[in-house]
Design a protein around this ligand. Sequence first.
Ligand SMILES: *Cc1c(COP(=O)(O)O)cnc(C)c1O
Length: 474
Amino acid sequence: MNNINELLRKLPSIDKLLKHPEAISLTQKFPREIVVSSLREVIENKRNIIRQMGHINTQELREDLLIQKAEEIANAKTAWTLRRVVNATGVIVHTNLGRSLLPDEAIRRIASISSGYNNLEYDLEKGCRGSRYVHAEKLLRELTGAEAALVVNNNAAAVFLVLNTIAKGREVIVSRGELVEIGGSFRIPDVMASSGAILKEVGCTNKTHLSDYELAINENTIAILKVHKSNYKIVGFTDEVSLSELVETARKHNLYCLEDMGSGCFVDLTPYGIKDEPTVRWELQTGVHVITFSGDKLLGGPQAGIILGKKEIIEKCKKNPMTRAFRVDKLTLSALEATLKLYLDEEKAKQQIPTLQMISASIGELEKRAGNLAEQLKKHGDSDKVEIKVEKVISRVGGGAAPTAELPSRAVTISSHIFSPQTLEHYFRTYDPPIIIRIENNKIYMDVRTLLKDDDDHIVSAFQEFMRNLSSRL
Ligand SMILES: *Cc1c(COP(=O)(O)O)cnc(C)c1O
């Protein structure tokens, strides 16, 4: 016990540590409060070791080492948690990696609108309070032919809001083949239940007929909902009812027909091999009452939920008190308006919206990029140690869009008999900025489709350092 007390007394006080030259230079790098709390953590930790173990290596009580530990803690305390990463997965709309990249126009617009005051809720013509919901509405109507539009926080909120507004306590018919879960947190049945709508499932997983919908209609039915099968496809012996037929049936029975499109696409993507993704305009032409979709999937804009359709329903949604809880801010609206504006000229949209650029990248372009990257990497890896190749791969649109669309692409692969792909993957993932890759067939795959201009240089530097460290370890 005496020994323990003696050791505890040897721990320097925080005040004493703060006078150490190294601690003084730490207070120039970090706010003083952070330095103090970090030093406290270090001392507390040592105190616990002494109490539990009854002894401590006196080396561990050296002031410079204690301060060094505190610096690590201070670094961890103040490190960014949201960071830029390099996406070498080839998944374009990668929900875990932030979905769509914003076009430059949108970034400039966010900066200019948010660095000053703006008319977010001010009517400049009348000189009085206005509505934030007018901002993207005109463009959305122009681009899609919709009667009315409302932008909320995300598509989950959009679906919830529409159902809560028109279907609370009423039955909404959905095919069993469309009861999807997206990314673990969005399940159509759960969203419907929390909105107060009553889910009426019809048909089977693989087949739903028009008669299934018709038989389910009763006096408490209010709507038919079609849901985009975002992240899966049912193949084989299948049947589903088209949106036009559902619209027709809904009209006959005086019901609403709604569609959750998931990914709202504004341009025809069939030339790029994406065949199962209808455009928003086509869907609206069926006469569907309301469609909802995300702003940051195929549209290539900021996170948002877009509701388009009949004025009567959109107006009711605007009056729902829940709208306030889902409202978008000036950053979203400025980015969305800028993105939408690009769509006024479809060619401009394809050239300037990163998501569309990546989808439409030609195989020749990808081949060339992969070849260049492979050449750069080969300079840092001896061919007797590592094998670096360009291989054919398939990129995915991701984000619950066009689940089966395959975009032929090129990847640079790295394999070696002296290190495992997991070792390199971990090195890349913990690099700054982190590089996210795929492991398959015991190799690293880096699909060049989702790489940005400067990413190649980052990858080359990371690999160079990895190989240098490796040879010093061997
Ligand atoms: C992605 C998706 C959603 C969720 O959209 P968020 O914008 O992520 O809220 C809902 N429904 C479908 C069909 C989707 O694909």
